[in-house]
Design a protein around this ligand. Structure first.
Ligand code: HEC
Length: 118
């Protein structure tokens, strides 16, 4: 092949595209979904947990708790608010506690888990 100005600029374009693609790959870090994100559920507290419980830490702290009572989850949610300083209204607490108890706690039932999206 004859190397002329046109083929060099074409090569440079290919090189630029490749390095952009590998940069994109390098940034594509996915955390293990089972610990980083809250477990999907049809309970309203799922949305609230995603909104209120991801600002300081991932769902990992929740996922790594042993199955605990509703009283534990209520105390924990309240503790995140005061003294830890989470910004959610008191009205959100019952739904959050319900979701956490049924999804991670001793009240865990298959019915509380969302059906996989189809
Ligand atoms: C304002 C920041 C903040 C928000 C928002 C927050 N947390 Fe936390 N969370 C913390 C801190 C700080 C710790 C303690 C970390 C440590 O001990 O190393 C913690 C720890 C935890 C733990 C581990 C057990 C424990 O008692 O330390 C659980 C479970 C937990 N959070 C659940 C939640 C849930 C559920 C929500 C949403 C209702 C939430 N967090 C929102 C700051 C927050």
């Amino acid at each position: 092949m004859r190397i002329n100005k046109k083929s060099i600029s074409r090569l440079l374009l290919v090189a630029a595209t490749l390095s952009a693609a590998s940069a994109a790959l390098a940034l594509d870090i996915t955390l293990p979904p089972e610990t980083a994100a809250y477990r999907p559920s049809n309970l309203p507290g799922y949305q609230l947990a995603q909104r209120n419980c991801m600002t300081c830490h991932s769902a990992q702290y929740v996922a790594t708790q042993p199955p605990s009572s509703r009283a534990y989850w209520e105390a924990t949610v309240k503790k995140m608010k005061k003294p830890f300083g989470a910004q959610f209204p008191d009205e959100d607490i019952p739904a959050l506690v319900d979701y956490l108890s049924k999804t991670y706690g001793t009240e865990r039932t298959p019915a509380a888990q969302a059906k996989p999206a189809s």
